[in-house]
Write a protein that binds this ligand. Structure first.
Ligand code: NAD
Length: 618
């Protein structure tokens, strides 16, 4: 469909503005606007429209989103626009093929028309939902191209990224450099080594190299290092592979097993080893201690030793003591607590655009070196004492876990009184004091951090003589929540023995292959124990799951997972599950029944298709 091309001035090369509207915004809450942006090879600007709370709640939301995007793009020099939308109605109304009957939509439609009139050429394309993966492709592309720092949940004129910042300050300059994908500084490269090349270590190493520094990543797992040297990135994390590849090729990033060589050649030594729970739930510091000993045995000059592993208060001092007591040569060094707050799934952008950088140190010299190292990352900086820095990490994770358990508890009440927890979350989240984040009811929190860090904080508080009842409650709600999902499936099926269950999602959350303490694994295991026959699918986490879960039939296709199923159980909020062809799903299943433990599907649509739908708290 086209509304035609008007005779106007010549268009700039590569000046198409593509607007994709299919409702996916990866959960960024806020008013309508841009969910993702990227430029393609020809310089065309690709924008993803996002609606309220990451989902199209109505045509009104979709129209508002489109208006917000078009308004914001005026004056950017794009004179041709192509709107791709999964809404046939929207497409046909824009082109005038359908009349706009709704009173609510009429003024919005008029506004869209006026805005589109400002473009020399307008093309409108209706793309059926199952074929319209454009938004995800766009977002992934933006991330792959290293533009993740420019992804904006909400487009506001004057924002850095798409628009020049209002005043030319550091932020604007940084944004400009990031746009051109150049190192943020031409200053002398700093030499760093990262010990422990797991989720945190690899992201840290790659992103520090991307800042323009020289980074050597080390791990005791030589297979991991060999794989990285072959160009294989062992974890799935959006945008990471592209940065690793780029920086490895540029020589800024290397991977070796020789820890001593790496320590000797570096001024900055990051400790990013795992700190698993011991039998009492305390953080086991064996790995941190062993790295401290390696440093003591190797130190050959001034070093800033940066602890990014999550450790209890006092651990900075502990590392200092080990090095002081065991070092052969008398060298100057400082140990700094620099807790990491990245979230798996968005780890790269979290590292590049953190909410804050916390530096816990008593040494002015180390603080100044750290600030220099991180120059180019635009974030609030909090310099504090080491114990407070260590505490900030636990307090933050335990607080977020509390929010999750809180909304799950509210969801359970909602079910009893007939309220919809999604509406309740929305109503709460608009209050800035509360916010939308971590306010989604589901099967409970998991992953390698929240459960472990809550237990560690409980142990710390116990040791300090404080009875942290609140946090115990948080963990108890979390434990029960998974059981409630199992009970829901059992209730829906009238017993689990011999029943066919199609499980969608195994990772502990979307956009990661990590299954550590995954609620999905926990629920699946319980279903198996109760006699269910389980077929499962996850876009990224099946290899990891195979290692820990037997008795499941894994399929490479979500539709195969639900073929012949008595119930489909959605356990991880992957975007692709939202866009399945549910007509086909219904045809494949033995009986049309869905338990949506992430509340990511639309019950109204599904019920119209004949499904029995159960969410959480709705
Ligand atoms: N994963 C997250 O989302 C996240 C976020 C913030 C903080 N953290 C914290 O960061 C730390 C690391 O977490 P992770 O998820 O990256 O762990 P991980 O298990 O993915 O990686 C740890 C790596 O350290 C290596 N290692 C362990 N001991 C070593 C040693 N002595 N020498 C060399 N290598 C060694 C391991 O082989 C492994 O590759 C933990 O304390 C965690 O709590 C994790």
């Amino acid at each position: 469909m086209s509304t035609g091309e008007k005779a106007r001035g010549p268009s700039a090369p590569g000046s198409w503005l593509y607007v994709y509207s299919d409702g996916g915004s990866r959960g960024n809450p806020g008013p309508a606007g841009i969910g993702g942006q990227a430029k393609d090879e020809s310089g065309n600007l690709l924008l993803e429209v996002c609606e309220f709370l990451g989902e199209a709640t109505s045509n009104v939301a979709e129209y508002h989103a489109l208006i917000a995007v078009l308004e914001a793009c005026r004056g950017l020099g794009y004179d041709r626009v192509r709107v791709r939308t999964d809404s046939k109605l929207l497409a046909n109304q824009i082109t005038g093929a359908y009349k706009v009957k709704s009173k609510a939509l009429r003024p919005l439609h008029h506004r869209i028309k006026v805005l589109l009139n400002g473009f020399r050429a307008v093309e409108v394309e209706h793309v059926p939902r199952e074929k319209n993966n454009s938004c995800d492709a766009l977002a992934n592309r933006a991330i792959d191209e290293g533009l993740s720092g420019l992804l904006k949940p909400v487009l506001q004129p004057g924002d850095e990224g798409l628009f020049p910042a209002p005043a030319a300050g550091d932020g604007a300059a940084l944004s400009e450099r990031m746009r051109r994908n150049e190192p943020v500084s031409s200053r002398t490269k700093m030499e760093c080594c990262v010990i422990g090349t797991g989720y945190v270590g690899l992201v840290t190493g790659a992103c520090i190299a991307d800042l323009g520094h020289l980074v050597t990543c080390v791990d005791r797992d030589s297979e991991k290092i060999d794989a990285l040297c072959r160009g294989e990135v062992p974890i799935f994390e959006a945008g990471l592979e592209a940065i690793v590849e780029r920086q490895f090729a540029s020589g800024n990033l290397r991977f070796i097993s020789d820890m001593r060589g790496a320590i000797e050649s570096s001024e900055f030594i990051f400790i990013t080893v795992d700190t698993p729970p011991d039998s009492e739930g305390k953080a086991d510091l064996t790995n941190v201690d062993s790295v401290a000993r390696e440093i003591a045995a190797t130190i050959n000059g001034y070093k800033v030793i940066i602890n990014k592993s999550t450790v209890p208060g006092g651990s900075t001092r502990r590392v200092e003591r080990i090095i002081e007591e065991e070092m052969d040569e008398d060298c100057e060094f400082d140990v700094v607590s620099n807790p990491e707050f990245l979230r798996e799934g968005t780890a790269v952008s979290d590292f590049q655009k953190p909410a804050r950088i916390v530096i816990g140190s008593d040494s002015q010299k180390a603080i100044m070196r750290m600030i220099e190292l991180y120059r180019g990352i635009d974030a609030p900086l909090l310099v504090t004492d080491p114990v407070s820095a260590e505490m900030i990490k636990y307090a933050s994770n335990a607080f977020l876990a509390t929010k999750v358990s809180y909304i799950n508890a509210i969801a359970n009440i909602c079910e009893a009184v007939g309220a919809d927890v999604r509406e309740v979350s929305l109503g709460m989240g608009y209050d800035e004091r509360i916010g939308f984040e971590f306010l989604k009811a589901g099967p409970g929190f998991g992953g390698s951090c929240f459960p472990k860090d809550c237990r560690a904080l409980l142990a710390i508080s116990g040791d300090s003589g404080y009875d942290f009842n609140l946090l115990e409650g948080v963990l108890e709600v979390n434990r029960e929540q998974k059981e409630r999902v199992v009970a829901k499936v059992e209730r829906v099926l009238g017993g689990l023995d011999g029943k066919n269950v199609g499980v969608l999602g195994l990772a502990f959350k979307a956009n990661t292959d990590d299954i550590r303490e995954s609620p999905a694994i926990n629920v699946t295991r319980r279903l198996l124990e109760k006699g269910a026959v389980v077929k499962a699918y996850d876009p990224q986490a099946m290899d990891n799951t195979r290692e820990v879960l037997s008795g499941v039939e894994f399929t490479d296709d979500p539709y195969e997972a639900v073929r012949g199923a008595d119930v489909m159980v959605l356990l991880t909020e992957w975007d692709e599950f939202k866009w399945l062809d549910y007509v086909r799903v219904g045809e494949l299943m033995k009986s049309r029944s869905i338990v949506d433990a992430r509340n990511c599907l639309d019950p109204v649509v599904l019920r119209k298709l004949g499904f029995a739908y159960e969410g959480i708290g709705r």
